[in-house]
Write a protein that binds this ligand. Structure first.
Ligand code: NAD
Length: 505
């Protein structure tokens, strides 16, 4: 069912589809569905209800070996990397259409796997995944080499070639979309791929890989190995025949990717890690109501399980109280946790009980550090069976508090007050992270100066979370390096070769 039709389904239709669903959680290796070599599996439960959802293969080193060997064969055969650019483009265009035409299946899988609202899948994850695959398809014949200016006795040209086998390791917060962000540029550049989805969200990747085959992608060009990070993920990161790891996930695991590369074959690594993004609200913000609405969406959208979540609200003292009042009123109205399969729901459950525990622990930490709990702070009574956390706001947060420094990865925001733009920049930059930042001001000079001085890879002025595929997505500092989306990303999946031809007289 396509996106438009899926948007017309009501709650009863989604529940009926959910009852019918038997999710496919096996690996996809060499174009075939495969169990783990040792037959191991793990269970998934629906975090919104606590009910069993299905099983997935629990991959290990032997499964990784098979998948990498398949990807290597597919690469060397030239069946993908050797296709004429426009033929490779055609496959990825067909894949983009197939994602759109299977919107109901992707929506159901990700909603049941991670608890996010079906409305978000249909408004954000699926359209953005389609855009991503389409965008990178469009870039394929825009990759160019170079002829350099040499003396008459030489012709020197630079080829841009794919890297080989790329391992993509992705998180669970946008299962389909994170997979699309990683596989699309890797495949577009002519590499072959082994994708390791998060153990919390195994299912979308299988459907994606099967649709790639249906689109005409050759077997082995896109493999999926399921399993735990410490097993399948680690085996991929340490594999001697993988040329690059493209990783999105936590800072701690991002560091492990670099260690694994150093310990194995010096494979290339790009890491997109976490964030603690500030939203700076100057007293001269064009419209406090709009700023508060974006601030609410910026932290409570996707249950706050967003790498760039605007979790630090830096508010100039003159408008502090008015901003907080509006923020609370808007949050109460816009984010009421509920059934993720109801298209009217804006806030679902967190990904699992462990994540819920982590977020609730941070609420306790905030309280014990002396911050003022102004909204939420617990499990909503109506949703006690699932891994829900109510939208939560602390005021009176100071820079040294753990809730101001650590990534909570849930619906918890803290307000820090500041006196002037210099203090705002100092507070914004007082973080190991630097993924994104929002700036609210009507003064063009302040806007440009703050945009220049804030240490973040993505800066929004008088909006938050806007963007399209042209936008380089990635961090400063320990939010990582390398970029997603944007043209630069496809180049990160290539390497240059210098060809020097001697032309004797
Ligand atoms: P995570 O780091 O726990 O897991 C990410 C992936 O790494 C999973 O597939 C996991 O199985 C795998 N993994 C875990 N341990 C591993 C190991 N030792 N070796 C190899 N692979 C291993 O992160 P998560 O909890 O799935 O996701 C949340 C994190 O992702 C947050 O920190 C969030 O900010 C970040 N994130 C960043 C971006 C971005 O664009 N910068 C986007 C989304 C999420």
């Amino acid at each position: 069912m396509d996106l438009q039709a899926a948007r017309r389904l009501d709650t009863a239709a989604w529940h009926a589809a959910a009852r019918e669903l038997v999710p496919e959680g096996r690996h996809v290796i060499d174009g075939d569905l495969a169990d783990s070599a040792d037959g191991a599996r793990f269970q998934r439960i629906n975090p919104a209800t606590g009910a069993p959802l299905g099983e997935a293969a629990r991959g290990g080193a032997r499964d990784l070996d098979r998948a990498v060997a398949s990807a290597r064969r597919a690469f060397r055969s030239g069946g993908w990397s050797g296709l004429a650019p426009r033929e490779r483009m055609a496959v990825l265009y067909r894949l983009a259409r197939l994602i759109e035409n299977n919107a109901d299946r992707f929506a159901l899988l990700d909603v049941l796997d991670v608890g996010k609202p079906v409305a978000d899948m249909l408004a954000v994850d699926i359209p953005m995944s389609v855009d991503c695959v389409q965008y990178f398809a469009e870039t394929i014949d825009k990759i160019e080499g170079q002829v350099t200016n040499t003396a008459n006795d030489a012709l020197h040209y630079v080829l841009r070639q794919p890297l080989g086998v790329v391992g993509c390791i992705v998180p669970w917060n946008y299962p389909l979309m994170m997979a699309a962000w990683k596989i699309a540029p890797a495949l577009a550049a002519g590499n072959t791929v082994v994708l390791k989805p998060a153990e919390q969200s195994p299912y979308a990747a299988v459907l994606l890989a099967r649709l790639f085959l249906e689109a005409g992608g050759p077997p082995g060009a896109l493999n999926v190995v399921q399993g735990y990070g410490a097993e399948a993920g680690s085996a991929l990161a340490h594999h001697m025949d993988v040329d690059k790891i493209a990783f999105t996930g936590s800072l701690a695991v991002g560091k492990q990717m670099m260690i694994a590369a150093g310990r194995s074959n010096l494979k290339r690594v790009t890491v997109e890690c976490g964030g603690k993004s500030p939203q700076i609200v100057m007293a001269d913000t064009p419209d406090l109501e709009t700023a508060a609405r974006y601030a609410v969406d910026g932290i409570f959208g996707n249950q706050g399980e967003v790498c760039n979540a605007g979790s630090r609200l830096l508010v100039q003292r003159e408008v502090h109280d008015a901003f907080v009042e509006r923020f609370i009123a808007i949050a109460r109205q816009r984010y009421v946790p509920g059934d993720p399969l109801d298209p009217a729901t804006t806030m679902g459950s967190l990904v699992d009980a462990a994540q819920q525990r982590q977020v609730l622990d941070y609420v306790e930490i905030g309280r014990s550090e002396g911050a003022n709990l102004r909204l939420g702070g617990g499990v909503p009574e109506s949703c006690a069976r699932g891994a829900f956390v109510a939208p939560t706001l602390f005021t009176g947060v100071t820079p040294g508090m753990r809730i101001a420094r650590e990534e909570i990865f849930g619906p918890v925001a803290g307000v820090l007050a500041f006196a002037d733009a210099d203090e705002a920049v100092a507070l914004a930059n007082d973080s190991i992270y630097g993924l994104a930042a929002g700036i609210w001001t009507r003064d063009v000079t302040t806007a440009h100066k703050l945009a220049r001085d804030v240490e973040a890879g993505v800066v929004w002025v008088n909006c938050f979370d806007h963007g399209d595929m042209t936008q380089p997505w990635g961090g400063y500092k320990q939010s990582g390096f390398g970029r997603d989306k944007c043209f630069e990303t496809i180049l990160q999946h290539t390497q240059t070769k210098s060809v020097w031809i001697h032309l004797p007289d």
